[in-house]
Design a protein around this ligand. Structure first.
Ligand code: CUA
Length: 345
């Protein structure tokens, strides 16, 4: 009886200590969506139960090692016992009940995080080796970054063009594989204005680690301005215009766009050969093409290579570049990327 009480006290004390140390969990990123609430709640509950079970197993083990160690001069065997039916039933039924209860809670969270809303913003998300693109059918626009208005539920329709990828923004807590030939869905209600990143969470080839795209949660008014800018209907407010962007700004924008649109996953900046030709010294370079002809990489060629990449393939490379940059990049953005390419010597 003495040992029982000791073990119970030890387990309770260690459990309380670990629960105290892990609450709130310091390893989680910012929770930036409404769906993060129920997900974190369920995760926390799992964590608490796991901590208790861990302490139960290891606490009893630790106690037994210390309390029942062999005494000097004791050479006898331990007491023999066969089984304990009551204990076995208990340790089968109790965990079963806990697991069933957690499935019930999990179903509740699933229902909460997949529930539709009336004013959802539909975004078609396309994943491919190795970039993301985003279409907004309600507005007729597309982009290489995912911009969402805060407080409005987004209904993401996820597609894959080649292999399985996985849409994951850790701050939103939800993750969904994209599967070729199927449409998958995710509902996210961003709550925290800020800049995040979607990363691919399924190993999908050499560019997997670089398969990132910016995710911006904007105040609704700013989101509307962004939509108007992409539509080309935005009018600068009186007096707020100022002069246009300088050459340096344009190069910086081009560099940013090259990162955001996944270009860097396939085009190296240091001359090494990746899936696509290196960008080092690309401007003005003479390229041998697949059909035996050759071409000088001038502005016109670079523009064609971005908008219609399959038309003039450089010898030694496959036709792998996404063909939709003409849709997801504005003409001014393509200009900026070309301005950036000119600076890469
Ligand atoms: Cu796409 Cu990993």
């Amino acid at each position: 009886m003495k040992h029982f009480i000791n073990v119970i006290l030890l387990v309770l004390a260690l459990t309380a200590l670990l629960l105290f140390l892990t609450d709130p969990p310091a390893w989680m990123p910012l929770a930036a969506s409404a769906e993060a609430g129920p997900v974190d709640w369920l995760f926390g509950l799992h964590m608490d139960v796991i901590i208790f079970l861990y302490v139960l197993v290891n606490g009893v083990l630790l106690y037994a090692v210390v309390a029942f160690r062999r005494k000097p001069g004791d050479t006898g065997d331990g007491a023999y016992f066969h089984s304990n039916t009551r204990l076995e039933i208990l340790w089968t039924v109790l965990p079963l009940a806990v697991v069933l209860y957690f499935s019930y809670l999990g179903l509740g969270v699933l229902r909460q995080t997949t529930a539709a809303a009336a004013d959802e913003l539909e975004v078609i998300v396309t994943a491919r080796q190795w970039s993301w693109s985003f279409e907004y059918p309600d507005y007729g626009i597309a982009a290489g970054e995912l911009n969402l208005p805060a407080g409005r539920k987004a209904h993401l329709v996820l597609r894959a063009e080649d292999v399985i990828h996985s849409f994951w923004v850790p701050e939103f807590r939800l993750k969904q594989d994209t599967v070729p030939g199927q449409e998958k869905y995710l509902r996210i209600t961003p709550t925290e204005v800020g800049a995040y990143k979607v990363r691919c969470a399924e190993l999908c080839g050499t560019g997997h680690a670089a398969m990132l795209a910016p995710v911006n949660v904007l105040p609704p008014a700013e989101f509307d301005i962004w939509v108007q800018k992409r539509l080309g209907t935005y009018v600068e407010p009186e007096g707020g215009a100022g002069e246009g962007p300088g050459e340096e700004d344009i190069v910086a924008l081009g560099q940013q766009l090259a990162q955001a649109n996944g270009c860097i996953a396939c085009h190296s900046l240091d001359g090494s050969k990746l899936v696509g030709p290196s960008w080092k010294g690309v401007f003005g370079r003479t390229e041998a093409l697949e059909d035996g002809s050759s071409i000088t990489a001038d502005e016109a060629y670079l523009r064609t290579a971005i908008i219609d990449p399959g038309s003039q393939i450089v010898a030694g490379f496959a036709n792998l570049m996404p063909a939709n940059y003409g849709d997801t990049l504005l003409p001014s953005e393509i200009d900026a990327i070309i301005a950036y390419l000119k600076t890469l010597e």
